[in-house]
Write a protein that binds this ligand. Structure first.
Ligand SMILES: Nc1ncnc2c1ncn2[C@@H]1O[C@H](COP(=O)(O)OS(=O)(=O)O)[C@@H](OP(=O)(O)O)[C@H]1O
Length: 425
């Protein structure tokens, strides 16, 4: 009986119709080409002993420098006005304390939204003017400039616009190195990144099979190759609110240029909430999350959507390591109303020729935002994906008004610290 079952099983194979066999072979061939393409040269996941030693040394030296500098800085920097003084109902949350998030990954930027741009990035290296350089020539460098924040400020738009510049090479995905992956070391940061394959499961794989492939197949370089004079960049908006990030970036290079896209903190909070709502429609209302005690108007500063907008407080943390001249604050509002103007400031700050100008933009009526006439590596117009520029839910005006009142002293402080009035009040 057993024998006949096995026998019939063995004989089942030759009876698969020829067409099906060819299809199967075709799929396998495609899969192999895909695996080869993804892995060639990039999947040496074990860095050399020398490399890891060097990285460990750099890190520990960095930590020594960091703590020494942090000590010195805390002695030298005059004590800033206490944050508690600014708003009586502000129960100061420690930056150490994780803020209250509605989703585990709420501090994430909009990954789904960024995916559209990341797909475009894959288009980039082959098709762009930089293509000849990315096929082996040039060298991988750690970023000299980073867009460190803020979440929902307009960071994706800025990076996409900057990537049009021939002297900028930017990684499309958010590496989250200085907040989540720091223990993997600088070598990982500069060389490797496992990209999530997303939810699509081609070739009829089920979720488990697909997740097994993830990481084995889709290794690819994180930092792009750059030529002399080109600037490597990345953006991870959560760095701005990560307590450890300034010291870590300082340890990598004290010369790193830092860019922060800021936006009216009230609109930013609503945008942040809108993003969460799109993923979890069952969350409480914005109004109920805003208050710790609504009857006395006490704002819940432990809610990350509120906390992120206290820019002056986060900036204070960065100024312990970086001088203000090394930071550029981009207005999220002006990035929409005058993208070329903001891009001019950014290019100047990065020491680049002003190549991205108003000629590169057009206002897309349907999208309601400026878009690129030609994206990097493409001749087609390009707007950001559908998760950028979402319609916000209506919020009770008195709640928005209370939030404005809450943020006012922090905004004033922020204007004073940056020497720039963003006009949010
Ligand atoms: N040109 C253009 N096109 C589309 N959207 C634009 C653009 N410029 C700025 N913005 C604003 O960017 C907001 C999203 O910010 P981020 O890219 O920083 O979000 S994220 O933190 O990476 O998820 C996004 O916020 P929402 O409008 O709330 O969706 C936009 O207002």
């Amino acid at each position: 009986m057993e024998y006949s079952q096995t026998f019939s099983h063995l004989h089942a194979i030759p009876f698969i119709p020829v067409k099906k066999k060819l299809l199967l072979m075709g799929i396998m061939l495609l899969l192999w080409v895909y695996m080869l393409y993804s892995c060639v040269g990039y999947c040496a996941t074990v860095p050399s002993v020398i490399d890891s030693y060097r990285v460990r040394e750099t890190e520990s030296a960095g930590r020594r420098t960091e703590s020494a500098r942090a000590d010195l800085v805390s002695k030298l920097i005059p004590k800033t006005q206490s944050w508690v003084d600014l708003e009586s109902d502000y129960d100061e949350p420690s930056v150490r304390t994780p803020s209250r998030d509605l989703l585990d990954n709420e501090v994430d930027s909009d990954r789904a939204g960024d995916w559209d741009e990341m797909k475009d990035e894959q288009r980039g290296p082959e098709a762009s003017a930089m293509s000849s350089f990315s096929n082996g020539s040039g060298s991988k460098k750690l970023p000299q400039a980073i867009i460190i924040g803020v979440k929902k400020g307009g960071t994706r738009a800025l990076l996409e616009f900057l990537r049009v510049h021939p002297d900028i090479r930017a990684v499309g995905a958010e590496p989250h190195f200085f907040d989540r992956h720091y223990d993997k070391g600088l070598d990982w940061y500069s060389r490797f990144k496992r990209l999530s394959l997303g939810s699509a499961q081609p070739f009829g794989f089920d979720a488990e099979q697909w997740s097994l492939l993830d990481g084995h197949v889709n290794c690819r370089e994180l930092m792009p190759r750059t030529l002399e004079g080109q600037i490597t960049m990345e953006k991870t908006p959560s760095y701005f609110v990560t307590r450890e990030a300034p010291a870590r970036i300082y340890a990598m290079s004290r010369d790193t240029k830092l860019i922060v896209v800021v936006r009216d903190p009230v609109t930013r909070a609503v945008s942040d909430y809108t993003q969460t709502l799109s993923k979890k429609p069952d969350i409480p209302t914005f109004e109920s999350l805003t208050f710790r005690n609504r009857s006395v108007g006490l704002i819940d500063t432990s809610w990350s959507a509120v906390q992120i907008g206290i820019y002056a407080k986060h900036l204070d943390n960065w100024l312990r390591f970086f001088p203000l001249r090394q930071m550029l604050f981009v207005s999220g509002e002006r990035l929409i109303s005058d993208p070329a103007g903001e891009l001019a400031r950014v290019q100047d700050f990065l020491g680049l020729k002003r190549i991205v100008t108003d000629k590169h933009f057009y206002f897309n009526q349907t999208k309601g935002f400026p878009c690129l006439k030609k994206a990097e590596g493409s001749s087609k117009p390009h707007c950001l994906g559908k998760t950028k520029g979402r319609t916000h839910p209506g919020i009770q005006p008195q709640v928005l008004q209370r939030l404005r009142q809450f943020y006012r002293p922090f905004n004033m402080k922020f204007y004073q610290m940056t020497g720039h009035n963003f006009g949010w009040n």
